[in-house]
Design a protein around this ligand. Structure first.
Ligand code: NAD
Ligand code: MG
Length: 360
């Protein structure tokens, strides 16, 4: 097991990464102010892992309230949020209860938001069960639910007390979800660490095969990079925006095709290829760099070609992105492999060339 420490201005918390951590109640107990937890999970994860966690906690004298929600992004709503509150209030849970998120990003985001709201702030622990949740959503304290008019539009910044990233849990994850998580891993390498990018080129098959040592390194390095950026810029006033590499294009793909058609990581993957092409238009990346990025993404089992949404539609979809400031789309581009920059003044003709595939 390895432990990273995320230090923020107001708080710090440990992130444990390793195998067979679900039974390690010794890691959880120090973070429980009272011997009572609610384990929030879903109908897919509960049959796989709820009993292991619940038994381990109950054997240590901790009272558990399981809350099993329906699975799916479409259930990341106030209806599910209310089911968490119903369960807490029916059990007369006190404010010092700990909410444990046992699931992917959907469960993590909802549970965190429920913890932020319950009696103005309950204790919160993340046990992320997808690769994406381990390298991305469980770290950094963004929590949210969706609104019919926009994804993640209702939420709060709320940090967990601890994150337990158990790599053994990834064994049951569908291949497509592993690849989607790898998109975010590749993103970290591209935006900040060219040596990690080269390491990924070497180890991409091992990662897809869920080899422990490879996963341990990739998850640790990804969390380290996210933690470093979040520590510098918790509320996304500056550098945290670099984490959106590939996401401006990616969100347009998700929205343009209808949410759910492509997984988020798949859309980000094709979006990173477009961001690389746009960076090449500025003379920052070479054709060879773009090819390397394309190969790695393809070898990760991810799409390299964005769907044809039509230039006008692309631009309209991108201008609805949450990251837009005063009407200008800000792209995260690559100055070189391993170094991302924000660029706000991308001219229309260059962008059109990239969107239509009519590149120089
Ligand atoms: P998800 O939570 O929907 O999980 C994907 C699927 O895998 C689900 O069907 C889930 O039930 C299943 N699953 C989870 N763990 C499993 C396991 N160990 N074995 C088998 N199946 C398992 O999706 P996700 O990709 O983990 O998260 C996406 C969500 O995360 C989105 O809602 C997104 O907005 C959010 N997100 C938040 C942040 C943040 O900073 N808070 C960052 C990125 C993404
Ligand atoms: Mg993302």
């Amino acid at each position: 097991m390895q432990t990273l420490d995320l230090a923020l201005p107001d708080t710090r918390y440990p992130i444990h990464i390793g195998r067979d951590l679900l039974k390690r109640v010794d890691l959880i107990l120090p973070h429980l102010p009272v011997p009572q937890v609610a384990i929030v999970t879903n109908t897919t994860v509960a049959p796989l892992y709820l009993a292991t966690l619940q038994n381990a906690l109950e054997n240590a004298g901790i009272a558990c309230i399981p809350v099993i929600l329906p699975d799916g992004e479409e259930h990341k709503t106030w209806v599910s949020l209310n089911r968490i509150f119903d369960a807490l209030l029916e059990a007369r849970a006190e404010r010092k209860i700990t909410l444990i998120a046992l699931g992917g990003g959907v469960i993590g985001d909802m549970t965190g938001f429920a913890a932020a709201c319950y009696q103005r702030g309950a204790n919160f622990i993340q046990i992320p069960t997808t690769l994406l949740a381990q390298v991305d959503s469980s770290v950094g304290g963004k929590t949210a639910i969706n609104h019919p008019l926009g994804k993640n539009m209702i939420g709060a910044f709320y940090q967990p007390r601890m994150v337990l990233a158990d790599l053994s849990l990834l064994e049951t994850l569908p291949d497509r979800e592993i690849s989607a998580g790898l998109a975010e891993v590749i993103k970290y390498a591209l935006l900040g660490d060219d040596a990690f990018f080269a390491w990924l080129e070497e180890h991409i098959d091992a990662l897809r095969g869920r080899e422990h040592d490879a996963l341990l390194y990739a998850v640790r390095r990804s969390i380290e990079m996210k933690a470093e950026i979040v520590a510098e810029d918790e509320r996304e006033q500056g550098r945290r925006a670099l984490l959106n590499l590939g996401h401006t294009f990616g969100h347009a793909i998700e929205a343009g095709l209808g949410f759910g058609a492509w997984l988020h990581g798949e859309a980000v993957a094709a979006g990173m290829v477009l961001a690389a092409e746009l960076s090449r238009e500025y003379g920052w990346l070479s054709q060879q760099d773009c090819n390397r990025i394309g190969y790695l993404i393809e070898n990760a089992g991810l799409p390299v070609h964005a769907p044809d949404l039509g230039v006008a539609n692309w631009k309209s979809l991108m201008s609805h992105d949450k990251k837009v400031e005063q009407g200008a789309i800000r792209f995260v581009l690559l100055e070189r492999l391993g170094r991302a920059v924000l660029k706000g003044d991308v001219d229309d003709r260059t962008l059109d060339r990239v969107l239509t595939g009519d590149r120089v």
